[in-house]
Design a protein around this ligand. Structure first.
Ligand code: AMP
Length: 118
């Protein structure tokens, strides 16, 4: 058995986090270093490292992850002002935690999708 990831430990309650939603498949909590007034992470309770590590059997889980992100955004009233969902994969995307997660970012105009080069 490999060591549990940071986000598995949060989902299991072993590491404290400011949890906004949890069910038997996914957990959502506030990012510890928010990049916007709203910055929430939605993670599967079991580790999948990246999108390209997901298997066909994970299809329902990934759908649930995205639907949960949308439901949280709606509950926070973000459906009119808007929000951005980001899934970083690998080094060029700056992925730090190799446990698939959806960032929900909102609360201000978020600017371009990526920083211009330079
Ligand atoms: P990524 O770069 O897409 O892998 O994003 C990882 C995110 O996890 C970053 O935005 C971190 O601020 C966040 N993070 C790291 N440790 C924690 C933690 N203990 N609780 C909440 N968020 C965390």
């Amino acid at each position: 058995m490999s060591e549990p990831t940071l986000f598995e430990r949060i989902a299991q309650g072993d590491i404290p986090a400011d949890i906004v939603y949890q069910d038997d498949r996914v957990t959502a909590f506030h990012d510890i270093a928010p990049q916007a007034p709203v910055h929430i992470l939605v993670v599967p309770n079991r580790a999948i490292a990246t999108v390209h590590d997901a298997q066909p059997g994970d299809e329902a889980l990934l759908g649930h992850l995205l639907l949960t992100a949308g439901a949280i955004a709606r509950d926070l009233g973000l459906d009119t002002s808007g929000y951005r969902l980001i899934v970083n994969n690998g080094p060029d995307a700056g992925q730090e935690v190799f446990h698939l997660h959806v960032h929900i970012l909102a609360g201000r105009a978020l600017g371009p999708i990526v920083q211009p080069p330079g």
